[in-house]
Design a protein around this ligand. Structure first.
Ligand code: GTP
Ligand code: MG
Length: 182
């Protein structure tokens, strides 16, 4: 959780919004939402970020709800990096992690995956549990704590997702366009 927030926090341009009121969604589907927020994303939201070496990175937020899996599946394959944003302050966070990894691994190579965990401080927990679950899927997947409201934190996630070395960003080869999907 935190995808929409992260895209808006880091984007240098206006982000096209596909947020709807959860109550409107509930009224239409007749099903209660499981999330605690008043809005949820139903399509792709696209922002732009300039990487330190001058490349334009499209930052794409996807819907988090299961019913929109076709939208996620359409965005993931053509991305350079995929970020799984997880809600750390949650009783079922580790199970959630396992299920999402299974879903994503069926769609794209785990070599382009990064896991970002939010609200760890509120949960009073550590990354260790998440690292264990992620390593069982692929121990090369980076796992980091992140706050989508904080630009530096989201930039760190993007560096990790795009495998940009933190110390020498200028060594990256120029490419026409990169894409990071969350
Ligand atoms: N306190 C706190 N709030 C957070 C943190 N991360 C996200 N939030 C808040 O939690 C909410 C997250 O909402 P979104 O960014 O809309 O999450 P999303 O992943 O886009 O959700 P869906 O589109 O429904 O899948 C926002 O109100 C954020 O401000 C965090 O680390 N700490
Ligand atoms: Mg969203």
């Amino acid at each position: 959780m935190g995808k929409t927030t992260a895209v808006c926090t880091v984007s240098d341009t206006n982000v096209s919004s596909t947020e709807v009121l959860s109550s409107a969604l509930r009224a239409r589907t007749g099903r209660p939402g499981r999330h605690l927020k008043t809005t949820t994303t139903v399509g792709l939201e696209i922002g732009e970020w300039q990487s330190p070496d001058g490349q334009t990175v499209s930052v794409v937020g996807t819907p988090g709800q299961e019913r929109f899996d076709l939208v996620r599946k359409s965005a993931m394959p053509r991305s350079t990096g995929v970020v799984l944003w997880l809600f750390g302050h949650h009783d079922l966070a580790l199970l959630d992690t396992e299920l999402w990894l299974e879903f994503i691994a069926a769609e794209v190579s785990t070599s382009k995956l990064t896991v970002a965990v939010t609200r760890l401080e509120e949960a009073g927990t550590q990354l260790d549990g998440f690292r264990e679950v992620v390593a069982a899927c692929d121990d090369r997947i980076p796992v980091i704590a992140a706050d989508p409201r904080d630009r530096n934190s989201v930039v760190e996630v993007l560096h990790t997702a795009l495998r940009i070395p933190h110390s020498s960003p200028a060594t990256e080869k120029p490419a026409t366009e990169k894409e990071a999907v969350g």
